[in-house]
Design a protein around this ligand. Sequence first.
Ligand SMILES: CC(C)(COP(=O)(O)OP(=O)(O)OC[C@H]1O[C@@H](n2cnc3c(N)ncnc32)[C@H](O)[C@@H]1OP(=O)(O)O)[C@@H](O)C(=O)NCCC(=O)NCCS
Length: 183
Amino acid sequence: MINHIGTNSIETIRLILRRFRVDDAEDMYRNWASDIETLKFLSWGPHSDIEVTQRRILSWINRYDEPSVYNWAIYLKSIKQVIGSISVEIASDKDKSCEIGYCIGKEYWGREIVLEALRAVMHYLSCEVGYEKIIAKHDVMNKASGRVMQKAGMEYEKTIYNAGYRRNGSLYDVDVYVKKMMA
Ligand SMILES: CC(C)(COP(=O)(O)OP(=O)(O)OC[C@H]1O[C@@H](n2cnc3c(N)ncnc32)[C@H](O)[C@@H]1OP(=O)(O)O)[C@@H](O)C(=O)NCCC(=O)NCCS
């Protein structure tokens, strides 16, 4: 059975995964929301100014009352900044499955930070919430994201061809990875 508990804080060695706060806008804008390279494979483009980021965060905060919302800010303890996010994007309680998305600013790439966050979130969603199947998808060109999924113990399931359009108008394929969690 799925037991929704909402977005509670999770602490790992280097990170605190916690709810977004209004005053995270500056970190979010600077560390990832304004950077075109970081957002290259995401559906949304760089924010034109910090007010856009503030509005986005407010819309997330307004949804935290819903116990089925899982949307964490990735706070890096060593620098006391929010450097990215990790969230459940789509879920099916009937199938006990959910899909995770993540992003951190490029200054922090290559240090297995998302891997640390993903492992912790997968554990939470399986052990605390009851999901049995965790899914993640990436644009086939986004090899680094695929590596994170592999290192997190997820297994390649399939490629979906012509899955959507990138922001530049080109068609893209996605690789689908799945991790079946112990019941
Ligand atoms: C994708 C992303 C999460 C990776 O995070 P990260 O913290 O840099 O991940 P890691 O430190 O574990 O390193 C990524 C791995 O990919 C590899 N990699 C990086 N670029 C690569 C490339 N172009 N081709 C192949 N492998 C690549 C690295 O060598 C590393 O693998 P290794 O540990 O076996 O050497 C991060 O780049 C990010 O947030 N990007 C922006 C948002 C995004 O694309 N989100 C995913 C949407 S599906």
